[in-house]
Design a binder for this molecule. Structure first.
Ligand code: APR
Length: 280
């Protein structure tokens, strides 16, 4: 046992310690922060995992650099790589993972203060997390508009264009600008809701960070806004974002689906979680 770390923080540094913290009623306002790693087991590749990540597999699109696929200035010049990808990523083909259901279970137990997600797959909503508890920091495919005149583009027409891998253009004859889903591209502002909810991490009494490399700002700074003395639990394949530097950080390395199952089991919620997920 590491004598230098006070016993109570050792206690909260394991899944059982986190479960005890939750069962003791110390976590009433849990803030969850997620990235593409929570959707990989649904079949949606993440971005930066070597070999399997999206950025390692875009070579076929002849991009100058991988992130160009989500770069607004590159998109203006050549929308084809994005629309090739959109065809593969478009919501509706994928089922939420048990990790998405775990977040929905926190809401069902009235413990979810806010979910900040970087994902554009809308799987949190499909798992039952209510819209007012989700900040889609990088937007989503939920709506689309002309990048020049901002005129909204009809959902049905968009679904058709994505299916046929066509590039949609503004339906205003005098504009004909490119249409893009409300996904935040590199070079674009994050949605208002991100900045409006910026204080939520500071209000948390527990933070759970899952499936993100914490490499893209300003999202990557969110864990720093969690108050000192509020445990931050990382459930991720690798250490990221300096989580673990605080004495009450908890780092659970591994697959997030396994991590949430272990945490749910320690809280006595596993059966309820599995039933919930089975219904998605
Ligand atoms: N379980 C746990 N962790 C996982 C899993 C898994 N099954 N699969 C992947 N991971 C981890 C990876 O190890 C990595 O640390 O999730 C993280 C995924 O990181 P990224 O691929 O960089 O995805 P993300 O952090 O969401 O990217 C942020 O970058 O390209 C932009 O806008 C895009 O929102 C995206 C942002």
């Amino acid at each position: 046992v590491d004598e230098t770390v006070p016993p109570e923080t050792l206690e909260t540094r394991t899944i059982d310690g986190v479960a005890r913290y939750i069962k003791d009623g110390k976590a009433k306002r849990i803030v969850v922060m997620t990235g593409a790693g929570i959707s990989t087991s649904a079949g949606i590749p993440d971005f930066r995992s070597p070999d399997t990540g999206l950025y390692a597999n875009l070579a076929r699109l002849n991009l100058p650099y991988a992130e160009a696929v989500f770069d607004i200035s590159y998109f203006r010049g050549n929308p084809y790589p994005f629309y090739t990808l959109a065809h593969e990523l478009y919501p509706g083909k994928y089922r939420p993972t048990i990790t998405h259901s775990f977040i929905s279970l926190l809401e069902k137990k009235e413990l979810l203060h806010m979910l900040f997600t970087q994902n554009i797959d809308c799987l949190e909503r499909e798992a039952g997390v209510p819209g007012h508890k989700i900040v889609e920091a990088h937007g989503s495919f939920a709506a689309q508009r002309c990048i020049e005149c901002k005129r909204p583009y009809p959902d049905e027409d968009m679904k058709e264009m994505i299916k046929t891998k066509d590039v949609p253009h503004c339906q205003d004859e005098s504009c004909l600008g490119l249409v893009k889903p409300d996904i935040v591209f590199f070079g674009e502002q994050l949605p208002e809701s991100f900045f409006k909810n910026r204080t939520k991490p500071a209000e948390a009494d527990l933070a759970i960070i899952m499936g993100t490399s914490l490499t893209v700002q300003p999202f990557a700074s969110l864990p720093q806004f969690v108050g000192e003395g509020t445990p931050r639990v990382l459930i991720n394949l690798e250490r990221v974002g300096g989580i673990g530097s605080r004495s009450d950080d908890v780092v659970i390395l591994g697959n997030c689906d396994d991590g949430v199952r272990k945490l749910a089991e320690a809280c006595g919620w596993l059966e309820e979680l599995e039933e919930m997920w089975a219904k998605t």
